[in-house]
Design a binder for this molecule. Structure first.
Ligand SMILES: [Cu+2]
Length: 365
């Protein structure tokens, strides 16, 4: 670069006054660009083309993450990770369990990265909406109230009568309206619910989605269980995501690593609800996991460290970390990872002398 600048300032050019101004202008541009390359924070922390673009994220140079933290009293991805919506339980005349949930739709401004606010439409004031969980064969009743300012619905993935689908125009629940969704918890697996009002792209991207999990009657093996929805946000409304995350807040699990114990079985209920982008992915470092698509089968389909998911694809990941330390997990799409979809598992040592295990596969016998 120096040679180029010297060339621009060569005596031949200096003879020409206008060329000198030209050279000085180019020099300033070159210096500015080299500064931007040397000190990315200088370039990224300014306001560029978009107030909410990469610049607005205040990315740190040389390490993943953002500067500062969000207000967790408004939205807490750590709490979301293990929270299930409380339900009331009663017994039906036929002896079956009736499980009742209360859900409301409400507009709420959420903080998706430090200092970046998004006018979300939410279920129960949180994005993602609360996790609904029940046992196979239970009767489910969801008392839905729309406290938002436009029609919304709840559309569940899984088995139910057409009248409970929450997808047709006549099934829209107007502001201040209510509807009772009722169906059997079936089939076993990890599913979704989301609003099905049009335009769908708007109602989904704005935050109206959550997990709906049906446990097998016999249960699953004991594990540390967590809920994760991969999502993204378009705070400048250009129909492209500027912020990516798992459970809404960019880099949250980098700032607040997820603690697990060495060798313990970790079970993730994972779904992709990313709008605008065609695919999303999930990758864990330094180990492999068992993957059960939609959680419907007893045997894993894959033993891998990376899976690809389209919108509404979901599944169960079972993983163990045999060594203590910090392990990254992130979208294996670098753009998504560097704009917030990145986190850490912090593996705490145990005293037990256990076999080194990756997933359910014993590597040392
Ligand atoms: Cu809606």
């Amino acid at each position: 670069m120096r040679h180029y600048i010297n060339y621009l300032l060569s005596s031949k050019l200096r003879q020409n006054r206008s060329a000198l101004f030209c050279a000085a202008g180019i020099l300033i541009i070159v210096l500015a660009l080299s500064l931007a390359v040397t000190f990315p924070s200088t370039a990224m922390m300014g306001h560029g083309d978009s107030e909410y673009g990469l610049n607005g994220l205040h990315l740190r140079p040389y390490m993943m993450g953002t500067v500062g933290d969000v207000d967790h009293s408004r939205l807490d991805p750590t709490k979301y990770l293990t929270d299930v919506l409380p339900s009331t339980v009663s017994t039906l005349p036929d002896g079956r369990t009736l499980r009742t949930f209360e859900i409301y739709a409400i507009n709420k401004e959420i903080e998706i990265a430090p200092g970046i606010f998004f006018p979300a439409w939410t279920y129960n004031g949180h994005v993602p909406g609360p996790t609904l969980r029940a046992k196979e064969g239970e009767r489910i009743r969801v008392n839905f109230k729309n406290l938002g300012d436009r029609p919304h619905t709840m559309h569940f993935h899984g088995f139910h009568a057409a009248a409970m689908d929450g997808s047709h125009a006549h099934q829209l629940v107007p502001p201040q309206g209510t509807f009772v969704y009722e169906f059997d918890a079936d089939p076993v697996g990890v599913h979704l619910y989301h609003c099905h009002a049009t335009p769908l792209i708007q109602h989904l991207h704005n935050g109206l989605y959550g997990l709906w999990i049906v446990d097998p009657k016999e249960g699953r093996a004991p594990a540390k269980e967590m809920y994760m929805i991969m999502n993204g946000f378009d705070p400048n409304f250009d129909e492209e995501n500027e912020v990516y995350a798992v459970n809404t807040v960019a880099f949250h699990y980098n700032r607040h690593p997820i603690e697990v114990k060495q060798n313990e079985l970790v079970r993730l209920y994972l779904a992709n609800m990313l709008e605008f982008d065609q695919i999303n992915s999930f990758h864990i470092h330094a180990t492999f996991f068992d993957y059960y698509p939609t959680g419907t089968q007893k045997e894993p389909r894959d033993y891998t460290d990376t899976i690809i998911l389209g919108q509404a694809e979901r599944g169960i990941i079972e993983v163990r970390f045999p060594e203590p330390g910090d392990y990254m997990f992130h979208a294996h799409k670098t753009e998504f990872a560097e704009r917030g979809w990145m986190g850490l598992f912090r593996v705490m040592p145990t005293d037990e002398k256990t076999t080194v295990q990756h997933g359910h596969h014993d590597l040392v016998k």
